[in-house]
Design a protein around this ligand. Sequence first.
Ligand code: PGA
Length: 249
Amino acid sequence: MPASLRRGLVIGNWKMHGSVSETEALLRQIMALCETATAEVAVCPSFVHVPLALRLTAASAIAVGGQNCSEHDSGACTGEVAAAMLAELGCDRVILGHSERRRQQGESSALVAAKCRAAHRAGLKAVVCVGETLEQRESGQAQTVVAEQLQALVEELRPEDSIAYEPVWAIGTGHTASPRQAQEMHTFIRGCLGAARGDAAQRLRLLYGGSVKAANAAELFAQQDIDGGLVGGAALDAHEFAAIVALAG
Ligand code: PGA
Protein backbone atom coordinates (compact mmCIF):
# COMPACT_ATOMS: atom_id res chain seq x y z
CA MET A 1 0.00 0.00 0.00
CA PRO A 2 1.46 3.41 -0.90
CA ALA A 3 2.18 5.59 2.13
CA SER A 4 -0.27 8.16 0.78
CA LEU A 5 -3.15 5.74 1.45
CA ARG A 6 -2.37 5.59 5.15
CA ARG A 7 -4.03 8.61 6.73
CA GLY A 8 -1.71 10.80 8.79
CA LEU A 9 -2.14 10.37 12.54
CA VAL A 10 -0.92 12.58 15.37
CA ILE A 11 -1.44 11.57 19.00
CA GLY A 12 -0.76 13.91 21.91
CA ASN A 13 0.59 12.09 24.95
CA TRP A 14 -0.06 14.48 27.80
CA LYS A 15 1.61 12.20 30.37
CA MET A 16 1.08 13.35 34.00
CA HIS A 17 0.59 17.03 33.19
CA GLY A 18 -2.14 19.57 33.73
CA SER A 19 -4.79 20.66 36.21
CA VAL A 20 -8.46 20.43 35.27
CA SER A 21 -8.53 24.05 34.10
CA GLU A 22 -5.25 23.74 32.17
CA THR A 23 -6.46 20.57 30.49
CA GLU A 24 -9.73 22.20 29.49
CA ALA A 25 -7.99 25.33 28.14
CA LEU A 26 -5.44 23.27 26.19
CA LEU A 27 -8.07 21.07 24.63
CA ARG A 28 -10.35 23.97 23.69
CA GLN A 29 -7.42 25.64 21.92
CA ILE A 30 -6.43 22.42 20.15
CA MET A 31 -10.00 21.86 18.98
CA ALA A 32 -10.21 25.37 17.56
CA LEU A 33 -6.83 25.13 15.83
CA CYS A 34 -7.32 21.59 14.45
CA GLU A 35 -10.90 21.99 13.28
CA THR A 36 -10.04 21.64 9.61
CA ALA A 37 -7.21 19.14 10.03
CA THR A 38 -7.01 16.40 7.43
CA ALA A 39 -4.87 14.17 9.64
CA GLU A 40 -6.47 12.04 12.34
CA VAL A 41 -5.92 13.58 15.78
CA ALA A 42 -6.09 11.99 19.22
CA VAL A 43 -5.17 13.17 22.70
CA CYS A 44 -4.30 10.96 25.66
CA PRO A 45 -4.79 12.79 28.95
CA SER A 46 -4.24 11.34 32.40
CA PHE A 47 -7.05 8.94 33.42
CA VAL A 48 -8.71 11.48 35.70
CA HIS A 49 -9.03 13.97 32.84
CA VAL A 50 -10.40 11.46 30.33
CA PRO A 51 -14.11 12.16 31.07
CA LEU A 52 -13.52 15.92 30.74
CA ALA A 53 -11.68 15.43 27.44
CA LEU A 54 -14.44 13.18 26.09
CA ARG A 55 -17.12 15.70 27.06
CA LEU A 56 -15.27 18.58 25.41
CA THR A 57 -14.52 16.65 22.20
CA ALA A 58 -17.97 15.05 21.89
CA ALA A 59 -18.85 17.09 18.81
CA SER A 60 -15.34 17.19 17.34
CA ALA A 61 -13.31 14.75 15.26
CA ILE A 62 -10.60 14.56 17.95
CA ALA A 63 -10.36 11.14 19.55
CA VAL A 64 -9.44 10.49 23.17
CA GLY A 65 -7.35 7.61 24.47
CA GLY A 66 -5.78 6.30 27.65
CA GLN A 67 -2.06 6.18 28.40
CA ASN A 68 -2.15 2.62 29.75
CA CYS A 69 -4.55 -0.13 30.77
CA SER A 70 -4.51 -3.27 32.85
CA GLU A 71 -3.86 -6.67 31.31
CA HIS A 72 -6.86 -7.93 33.34
CA ASP A 73 -10.51 -7.34 32.43
CA SER A 74 -11.58 -6.68 36.03
CA GLY A 75 -10.75 -7.81 39.53
CA ALA A 76 -8.69 -7.11 42.60
CA CYS A 77 -6.13 -4.82 40.95
CA THR A 78 -5.90 -1.74 43.16
CA GLY A 79 -4.87 1.35 41.24
CA GLU A 80 -5.38 -0.20 37.81
CA VAL A 81 -7.77 0.82 35.02
CA ALA A 82 -9.42 -1.78 32.79
CA ALA A 83 -9.54 -1.32 29.02
CA ALA A 84 -13.33 -1.84 29.19
CA MET A 85 -13.62 1.14 31.54
CA LEU A 86 -11.87 3.35 29.00
CA ALA A 87 -14.00 1.96 26.18
CA GLU A 88 -17.23 2.46 28.14
CA LEU A 89 -16.39 6.14 28.63
CA GLY A 90 -15.80 6.59 24.92
CA CYS A 91 -12.06 6.19 24.44
CA ASP A 92 -11.15 4.49 21.17
CA ARG A 93 -7.49 3.67 21.80
CA VAL A 94 -4.82 3.23 24.44
CA ILE A 95 -1.06 3.80 24.49
CA LEU A 96 0.79 0.67 25.63
CA GLY A 97 4.40 -0.11 26.46
CA HIS A 98 5.61 3.47 26.63
CA SER A 99 9.29 3.45 27.56
CA GLU A 100 8.54 5.40 30.73
CA ARG A 101 6.31 2.52 31.86
CA ARG A 102 8.76 -0.14 30.67
CA ARG A 103 11.44 1.61 32.75
CA GLN A 104 9.54 3.05 35.75
CA GLN A 105 7.02 0.22 36.19
CA GLY A 106 9.24 -2.56 34.85
CA GLU A 107 6.75 -3.53 32.13
CA SER A 108 8.05 -6.41 30.02
CA SER A 109 7.22 -6.99 26.38
CA ALA A 110 5.15 -10.04 27.42
CA LEU A 111 3.09 -7.82 29.72
CA VAL A 112 2.64 -5.25 26.95
CA ALA A 113 1.36 -8.04 24.69
CA ALA A 114 -1.12 -9.11 27.41
CA LYS A 115 -2.29 -5.49 27.70
CA CYS A 116 -2.69 -5.38 23.93
CA ARG A 117 -4.96 -8.44 24.10
CA ALA A 118 -6.97 -6.80 26.90
CA ALA A 119 -7.34 -3.60 24.85
CA HIS A 120 -8.62 -5.61 21.88
CA ARG A 121 -11.10 -7.56 24.03
CA ALA A 122 -12.54 -4.18 25.03
CA GLY A 123 -12.65 -2.95 21.44
CA LEU A 124 -9.82 -0.44 21.82
CA LYS A 125 -7.10 0.18 19.27
CA ALA A 126 -3.60 -0.27 20.63
CA VAL A 127 -0.84 2.29 20.17
CA VAL A 128 2.20 0.21 21.06
CA CYS A 129 5.53 1.90 21.76
CA VAL A 130 8.89 0.35 20.96
CA GLY A 131 12.38 1.80 20.99
CA GLU A 132 15.96 1.36 22.09
CA THR A 133 18.08 3.18 24.67
CA LEU A 134 21.18 5.18 23.76
CA GLU A 135 23.48 2.41 25.02
CA GLN A 136 21.64 -0.14 22.89
CA ARG A 137 21.92 2.09 19.81
CA GLU A 138 25.59 2.81 20.42
CA SER A 139 26.36 -0.86 20.78
CA GLY A 140 24.60 -1.66 17.50
CA GLN A 141 21.66 -3.37 19.21
CA ALA A 142 18.85 -1.00 18.17
CA GLN A 143 17.19 -3.29 15.61
CA THR A 144 17.60 -6.40 17.77
CA VAL A 145 15.91 -4.67 20.71
CA VAL A 146 13.03 -3.35 18.62
CA ALA A 147 12.60 -6.74 16.91
CA GLU A 148 12.34 -8.43 20.32
CA GLN A 149 9.78 -5.90 21.53
CA LEU A 150 7.73 -6.47 18.37
CA GLN A 151 8.12 -10.23 18.41
CA ALA A 152 6.22 -10.47 21.71
CA LEU A 153 3.07 -8.90 20.31
CA VAL A 154 3.16 -9.18 16.55
CA GLU A 155 0.49 -11.88 16.55
CA GLU A 156 -1.84 -9.63 18.56
CA LEU A 157 -1.70 -6.65 16.24
CA ARG A 158 -4.66 -5.53 14.16
CA PRO A 159 -4.49 -3.26 11.11
CA GLU A 160 -6.19 -0.41 13.00
CA ASP A 161 -3.50 -0.45 15.71
CA SER A 162 -0.41 1.68 15.44
CA ILE A 163 3.20 1.24 16.43
CA ALA A 164 5.13 4.21 17.77
CA TYR A 165 8.88 4.01 17.33
CA GLU A 166 10.21 6.09 20.18
CA PRO A 167 13.97 5.89 20.68
CA VAL A 168 14.35 6.32 24.44
CA TRP A 169 17.25 8.74 23.93
CA ALA A 170 14.99 11.09 21.96
CA ILE A 171 12.08 11.27 24.42
CA GLY A 172 11.88 14.60 26.18
CA THR A 173 15.55 15.28 25.46
CA GLY A 174 15.31 17.59 22.45
CA HIS A 175 17.51 15.10 20.52
CA THR A 176 15.27 13.92 17.68
CA ALA A 177 16.29 10.96 15.58
CA SER A 178 17.34 12.21 12.16
CA PRO A 179 14.76 11.59 9.43
CA ARG A 180 17.16 8.99 7.99
CA GLN A 181 17.58 7.17 11.33
CA ALA A 182 13.82 7.22 11.91
CA GLN A 183 12.95 6.03 8.39
CA GLU A 184 15.57 3.28 8.62
CA MET A 185 13.94 1.91 11.78
CA HIS A 186 10.41 2.35 10.41
CA THR A 187 11.37 0.36 7.30
CA PHE A 188 12.84 -2.30 9.56
CA ILE A 189 9.65 -2.38 11.68
CA ARG A 190 7.41 -2.65 8.61
CA GLY A 191 9.65 -5.43 7.35
CA CYS A 192 9.31 -7.34 10.65
CA LEU A 193 5.53 -6.88 10.59
CA GLY A 194 5.39 -7.93 6.95
CA ALA A 195 7.33 -11.12 7.59
CA ALA A 196 4.91 -12.10 10.36
CA ARG A 197 1.64 -10.63 9.17
CA GLY A 198 1.81 -10.17 5.42
CA ASP A 199 -0.45 -7.49 3.99
CA ALA A 200 -1.71 -6.19 7.35
CA ALA A 201 1.74 -4.66 7.81
CA GLN A 202 1.05 -2.18 5.03
CA ARG A 203 -2.12 -0.90 6.69
CA LEU A 204 -0.73 -0.44 10.19
CA ARG A 205 0.38 3.10 10.83
CA LEU A 206 3.87 3.66 12.17
CA LEU A 207 4.35 6.80 14.24
CA TYR A 208 7.62 8.40 15.22
CA GLY A 209 7.94 9.77 18.76
CA GLY A 210 10.77 11.56 20.51
CA SER A 211 11.09 15.35 20.61
CA VAL A 212 8.77 15.89 17.64
CA LYS A 213 8.08 19.58 17.15
CA ALA A 214 6.77 21.79 14.37
CA ALA A 215 10.34 22.55 13.29
CA ASN A 216 11.27 18.90 12.59
CA ALA A 217 7.89 17.28 11.83
CA ALA A 218 7.82 18.08 8.09
CA GLU A 219 11.06 16.22 7.38
CA LEU A 220 10.08 13.28 9.56
CA PHE A 221 6.58 12.94 8.11
CA ALA A 222 7.97 13.16 4.56
CA GLN A 223 9.61 9.74 5.08
CA GLN A 224 7.92 6.84 3.30
CA ASP A 225 7.21 4.75 6.40
CA ILE A 226 6.47 7.51 8.93
CA ASP A 227 2.70 7.97 9.08
CA GLY A 228 2.55 10.52 11.87
CA GLY A 229 3.76 11.20 15.38
CA LEU A 230 3.31 10.43 19.05
CA VAL A 231 3.99 13.80 20.61
CA GLY A 232 4.80 14.51 24.26
CA GLY A 233 6.17 17.90 25.26
CA ALA A 234 5.04 19.73 22.12
CA ALA A 235 1.49 18.40 22.61
CA LEU A 236 1.15 20.62 25.68
CA ASP A 237 1.38 23.73 23.49
CA ALA A 238 -1.75 24.01 21.34
CA HIS A 239 -0.12 26.07 18.58
CA GLU A 240 2.90 23.78 18.33
CA PHE A 241 0.67 20.69 18.35
CA ALA A 242 -1.68 22.10 15.71
CA ALA A 243 1.30 22.95 13.50
CA ILE A 244 2.49 19.33 13.78
CA VAL A 245 -1.02 18.08 12.95
CA ALA A 246 -1.13 20.31 9.86
CA LEU A 247 2.18 18.81 8.66
CA ALA A 248 0.79 15.28 8.97
CA GLY A 249 -2.24 16.05 6.83
P1 PGA B 1 8.43 13.96 23.68
O1 PGA B 1 7.67 12.65 24.23
O2 PGA B 1 7.70 14.41 22.46
O3 PGA B 1 8.32 14.96 24.82
O4 PGA B 1 9.83 13.56 23.41
C1 PGA B 1 7.16 11.69 23.35
C2 PGA B 1 6.58 10.56 24.13
O5 PGA B 1 7.08 10.25 25.22
O6 PGA B 1 5.59 9.92 23.70
